[in-house]
Design a protein around this ligand. Structure first.
Ligand code: PMM
Length: 269
């Protein structure tokens, strides 16, 4: 899933694709590099960010979705708003990626059920301006499994088909770096929820902390090799997808993981 942030302030690429033309060109580039889905977002969720007004989000996202629809890739829209989801699907999107898992907008789950499209429900505890204060868990893996399980039940109760639901632990959303690693180390417990998993690790701060020199974090654009290393390990565990800023390296990582899994599955002569 290639990331197309049409925002002035996303943490690693804010402002780079804010003009409609630049956004469309970047989306086409991600598809040419082999992305299966393009995730178009018009609202930054970096820690501390405030909400973008609905009209602003619509103005950023809808023209880009319309232009990319029919280009061969699946268009996904990263939004917490039911109205944006409805307008995006009318413009050609077929998956909604909701970082709040239906918690931010009480109309979202019903809207997605009515649209009959794919839905990514991410684990979330509150908006970006407060999420760094929401990192208390007795057991982060157990807590995220329980809370994501509740979102899965709410999605099913609203009428979203099980085949249309993907779950995401929401790395960095109300989680510390150590908690992100703990979740990544126990994905089998998230898989036990019975839905495909999407993982968004690309360029995130916990990778910058891992690769820091002294107090100096590795800058976001120098976290791509670590992102690809993680992608290979995630692909080996059978995750459904990775949400990423760079596509070629992730495709290569997935090829390596799949080829190795194939070799393991064959019995030596
Ligand atoms: N991370 C960001 C935004 N949207 N959606 C899902 N499903 N999972 C994520 O981990 C996720 C997301 C923040 O990253 P960005 O600013 O690079 O888009």
């Amino acid at each position: 899933m290639g990331i197309l942030n049409v925002t002035p302030d996303s943490f690693s690429d804010g402002g780079e694709h804010l003009s409609r033309e630049a956004a469309i060109a970047h989306g086409l580039r991600l598809l040419a590099e082999g992305a299966d889905l393009i995730d178009v977002g018009g609202e930054s969720t970096r820690p501390g960010a405030g909400r973008a007004p609905e009209a602003t989000e619509l103005a950023r996202v809808i023209p880009v979705v319309s232009a990319l629809a029919g280009s061969g890739g699946v268009i996904c829209v990263d939004t917490m708003r039911a109205v944006v989801a409805e307008r995006a699907v009318a413009a050609g999107a077929s998956v909604i990626n909701d970082v709040s898992g239906g918690l931010a907008d009480p109309d979202m789950l019903q809207a997605v059920a009515g649209l009959g499209v794919g839905y990514v429900a991410m684990h979330w505890r509150g908006h970006s301006d407060v999420m760094t204060s929401l990192t208390h868990y007795d057991d982060v893996v157990g807590g995220v499994v329980a809370e994501l399980g509740e979102r899965r039940e709410a999605a099913f109760a609203a009428g979203i088909a099980p085949a249309n639901l993907v779950l995401d632990p929401g790395l960095g959303f109300a989680k510390t770096a150590a908690q992100n690693w703990e979740l990544l180390g126990h994905l089998d417990r998230l898989s036990a929820l019975g839905q495909p998993l999407l993982i968004g690790a690309s360029r995130k701060r916990f990778l910058g902390e891992l690769l820091a020199v002294g107090d100096e974090l590795r800058p976001p654009k120098q976290r791509d090799d670590a992102t690809a290393a993680l992608t290979a390990l995630l692909a080996a565990q059978g995750v459904w997808g990775v949400r990423t800023h760079t596509v070629t390296a992730q495709r290569d990582a997935i090829e390596v993981a799949q080829r190795l899994a194939g070799a393991r599955a064959t019995t030596p002569a």
